[in-house]
Ligand binder design. Structure first.
Ligand SMILES: [Zn+2]
Length: 343
């Protein structure tokens, strides 16, 4: 099924039976298989239509047996609609929005959005090559009562984009050389032809005998020099900022890694007309991770704590930088104080 839009979705998946039939096609392209028997057996469809029975072991099963569709006890059309909404919305969809649109509890909406986001996650990420733009940006909102200088809800996101290709987005604790060049080394092939960045000192030295490193001097009002610019990655920042501010409001910083994954996924598949089907396939074949385990794992699981720590470190590092630049401006020597803070 190529492409998906709302009229198609309503026409093709307006009932449980239609959704079920489609999942059958996806799960068993060559006809229903018994999930318990190792070798293919013949299987009979039971009169109730939703159930099959294995002729050999007599096990009765449905197309959702052993999948998270079964575990969730949610009507299939709500799953389908949630997958559609999350895969099609360029700016992302929050659990809160899903809750309103699907008329489900917040917990269910949260579960759905995490499972679907999980299914969107990329496991294999090839290194970028060719001409790659790299940039970093500050993301996050103001917080009531804290004024505009408040940094506790802000983080730095590093991004690399292959022209005409994929994007990689990561949180980094600060913009020091170690972090930004570490990010580049983990996402960009060291045989890539060009790396274009702004004039930030942390990028100096990223080029090598295979790779030409060019910078645009934003401080000199230079944005494009021939082929050299970072406009592509910057347009990703404006999309990210709109989605964080517009869709997720201020709750998002600690969930940001999950949103970055989702944005990467959608961006990297912008030309895949089978996105809707592909997500359903992953959900169908993925582990049927039950609700309570998911909650344990992600909230307040390890990843969560790691992210929280990263957010804190970022805020501290930004505060430190701000303090030191204020001190510099007032011509005081910040060195000893900074050293203490750095501990
Ligand atoms: Zn069987």
């Amino acid at each position: 099924m190529e492409g998906m839009d709302l009229p198609k979705l309503i026409e093709q998946f307006s009932s449980e039976e239609k959704c079920r039939a489609y999942l059958e096609e996806l799960r068993w392209p060559t006809g229903p298989q018994c999930p318990r028997c190792e070798k293919p057996t013949t299987v009979s469809r039971l009169a109730s239509r939703n159930q099959f029975e294995c002729d050999k072991c007599r096990y009765q099963f449905s197309v959702t047996a052993g999948t998270l569709f079964h575990d969730s006890h949610l009507p299939l059309w709500k799953w389908f609609l949630a997958v559609y909404l999350m895969s099609e919305s360029k700016k992302g969809i929050s659990a809160k929005q899903l809750q309103r649109m699907l008329k489900v509890s917040y917990k269910t909406a949260w579960y759905l959005s995490h499972r679907i986001r999980d299914a969107m996650g990329d496991d294999e990420q090839p290194l970028l090559k060719g001409t790659v733009e790299v940039d970093e940006t500050l993301i996050g909102g103001k917080r009531k009562g804290y004024g505009t200088g408040y940094r506790g809800n802000k983080v730095i996101v590093a991004g690399a984009i292959e022209r005409g290709g994929e994007i990689r987005l990561r949180l980094v604790p600060n913009t020091r050389k170690k972090n930004l060049q570490g990010f580049i080394k983990s996402t960009v092939s060291d045989e890539t032809k060009n790396i274009y960045t702004d004039e930030l000192k942390s990028y100096i030295g990223i080029g090598n005998e295979n790779t030409r490193h060019e910078t645009v001097e934003h401080s000199e009002d230079e944005y494009v020099r021939g082929d050299v610019h970072t406009n592509t990655v910057e347009s990703a920042w404006s999309l990210l900022r709109r989605s964080v501010v517009g869709t997720y409001h201020q709750i998002s910083v600690k969930h940001l890694p999950a949103y970055l994954d989702e944005m990467e996924f959608r961006f990297n598949r912008r030309n895949n007309p089978y996105l809707f089907r592909d997500i359903l396939l992953v959900l169908l074949h993925g582990d049927a991770l039950p609700y309570h385990i998911l909650i344990e794992r992600t909230d307040p699981g390890e990843r969560q704590r790691e992210n929280d720590a990263l957010v804190k470190r970022t805020a501290k590092s930004l505060a430190r930088k701000e303090r030191s630049s204020t001190l510099k401006n007032s011509k005081q020597k910040p060195r000893s104080k900074n050293k203490q803070l750095a501990k």
